[in-house]
Design a protein around this ligand. Structure first.
Ligand code: GTP
Ligand code: MG
Length: 204
């Protein structure tokens, strides 16, 4: 459990090709709404949601980015300080899945996370309500194993498995926060449940 007086805010960022449903997925999770109308995200938006994680109340600051290249003007500052990154694709579009490797690399270059090999990525396949699937669960999971990411899939339209990836992102983001952000700000104070004699790494 965190014994930190400042409220914890976790920055979760969604990236991926245009039209895969990043805004729709976020809108479904935060506002419980969905529309068939497509309005490309311009620049970036962020929304906040408070969640309880095993006794810790944290605020998720979810950043929805533009997949269209001509709107990707913010680049570096946008990715910096993220605690978890969701790589989103459309399960009916192989191209959107193949593009994720590029998105991931771009995130690592621009976002400069402290420990790139350990940074938490979550891969999210959207639009499972549609027929004509081009990317199987098996194929997606195979790539996730290669890059050490977790895989989720669902449908923003049908409100199918929308919460799970965000809950996972919150947990992974919190771990990242405890590991890096608290250490760097000098507020590293985590309650340990181990007996006192085995507490050799934290200041309890
Ligand atoms: P950019 O902002 O351009 O990067 O796109 P985006 O990734 O935010 O996509 P957006 O959420 O705007 O969705 C694009 C289109 O896909 C819209 O017409 C949505 O209604 C549709 N869409 C999103 N999610 C789903 C889904 O789960 N199923 C189906 N069938 N359509 C979806
Ligand atoms: Mg969008």
């Amino acid at each position: 459990m965190i014994e930190n007086k400042d409220p914890v805010t976790l920055k979760i960022i969604l990236i991926g090709d245009s039209g895969v449903g990043k805004s729709s997925f976020m809108n479904r999770y935060v506002n419980h709404r969905f529309t068939n109308m497509y309005r490309a995200t311009i620049g970036t938006d962020f929304f906040s949601k408070t969640v309880n994680l095993g006794g810790d109340t944290v605020t998720l600051q979810i950043w929805d980015t533009a997949g269209t290249e001509r709107f990707q003007s913010l680049g570096t500052p946008l990715y910096r300080g993220a605690h978890c990154c969701l790589l989103v694709f459309d399960v009916t579009s192989k191209a959107s899945f193949c593009a994720l490797e590029g998105w991931r690399k771009e995130f690592l270059v621009q976002g400069e996370p402290q420990d790139p090999s350990d940074f938490p990525f979550i891969v999210l396949g959207n639009k499972t309500d549609l027929s004509g699937r081009e990317v199987s669960r098996r194929k997606a999971m195979q790539w996730c194993e290669e890059i050490g990411a977790q895989y989720f899939e669902g449908s923003a339209k049908e409100d199918r498995d929308v919460e799970k990836p965000f809950v996972r992102a919150a947990h992974s983001g919190l771990q990242q926060y405890k590991k890096h952000t608290l250490e760097n700000t000098g507020h590293f104070q985590i309650t340990c449940k181990q007996p006192r004699e085995s507490r050799n790494t934290c200041e309890c």
